[in-house]
Design a protein around this ligand. Structure first.
Ligand code: ZN
Ligand code: ZN
Length: 184
């Protein structure tokens, strides 16, 4: 191949962008095993460096990561809320996303989370999504949810106290403090 000027080579690359990309992809696919083996052995022999690099990477991209993560959680929660009656509190109608949470109808949230092996938070939302959003939950705001958990009723008076909770209250059993978590 005759030597070309850098500007000519650049022009060639630009004109054949798609072709070059496809060629590289095909080359990578053909040699994938070799690349992966090389990566693995590199990681094994440069463990500390790799760790330091990745720590540094995460540190430098902290803000982007937080923004991305927040966006991810938000869309996951919105999707979940939509499956449980919409993104508003069933009791008071609160519809600020930040104030909304899930409530286990009739209690049993702690037990359910134990079964799913999640501690709450977005891990619960992810698990629910994986399971195709099983029934038995509803959307409440934190206020209504906490009131229901702590007193067995919400002063708004718009929400039915489930039998299970009503029985507990009528029998004067000691109130269980609500879990300090995403879901009561
Ligand atoms: Zn509410
Ligand atoms: Zn309420």
């Amino acid at each position: 191949m005759s030597r070309q000027s850098p500007s000519k080579r650049r022009a060639y690359r630009q004109a054949h962008q798609e072709y070059i990309r496809a060629y590289r992809r095909a080359y990578y696919r053909q040699n994938k095993a070799k690349y992966l083996a090389h990566n693995r052995s590199y990681i094994e022999t440069h463990r500390e460096e790799v760790r330091a690099q990745s720590r540094e990477y995460w540190r430098r991209h902290k803000d982007e990561r937080q923004i991305y993560f927040r966006g991810y959680i938000r869309s996951l929660k919105m999707e979940t809320f939509e499956h449980y009656g919409g993104a508003h509190c069933l009791c008071c109608g609160e519809n600020h996303f930040e104030f909304l949470t899930l409530d286990h109808i009739g209690g049993g949230g702690a037990e359910h989370k134990r079964q799913l092996a999640v501690s709450g938070g977005y891990a619960l939302y992810r698990r629910l999504k994986k399971q195709g959003f099983p029934s038995g939950l509803r959307v409440l705001c934190w206020n209504c949810n906490c009131s229901l958990g702590m007193y067995g009723y919400c002063p708004h008076g718009n929400i039915q106290v489930e039998k299970q909770q009503a029985d507990v209250n009528n029998g004067h059993h000691p109130q269980q403090l609500p879990l300090f978590g995403e879901v009561s």
